[in-house]
Design a protein around this ligand. Sequence first.
Ligand code: DC
Length: 238
Amino acid sequence: MINDKKITIAIDGFSSSGKSTMARELARRIGYVYVDSGAMYRAVTLYALRHGMISADGIIDSGRLVDLLPQIRITFSDPDSSTGVSHTLLNGEDVEKEIRGMDVSNHVSPVSAIPEVRHRLTAIQQELGENKGIVMDGRDIGTTVFPDAEMKVFVNASPEVRAERRYKELIEKGIKADYHDVLANIKQRDDTDMNRKESPLRKSEDAHVLDNDNMTRDEQMQWLLNLYSSISRQNGKD
Ligand code: DC
């Protein structure tokens, strides 16, 4: 029997590894809150773009962005009861669609490397997880945001498999794409995320690795639910 003592679940991994879909579904199944931390970095990037803080050649006016951080409020709408999807709100405005576009995707890595941006978003994320019962996905959740999380997962998939998935997703949405460009973009983002100074993407030592190259969605979900049951049971004995 799973006890009802809530835990904190941190899911980290590379971009396009499918971790957000998995994390959201896991939260829905176990009745936890789901938070997409990447969406928060994307919302800050959109704010910077809209306020002219990122030049055409990608230079960020980080001084101004840091000064204006207190004016950026990021919240989430209530999740849809059947899909579990909630929308990201920037100062109250639904920006879910805009933050997924190429303009934001192309600039989010350098914005998320600014230490003050990370400190502010980390503080908000920690506040959201104060009462446990949360599944959060990102790059530094198990290492920096919730180092004491009871359940930590690191999702691993090869760049080629991730590029293939991302490519198919774009084509299905009717967006023109070239597989080699998608692969190059994924490798570039891996490199930026792993090599930034402030909380780089790294597997926490106590994280369970989910290698999903050859796993179906159902198999991944079963793997996560099994892990959750066993950790939850263990946690109830403390
Ligand atoms: O998960 P995503 O692709 O939506 O994330 C967008 C960007 O935000 C990605 O380039 C890495 C960054 N990010 C981060 O630095 N730390 C997090 N916890 C989540 C995302």
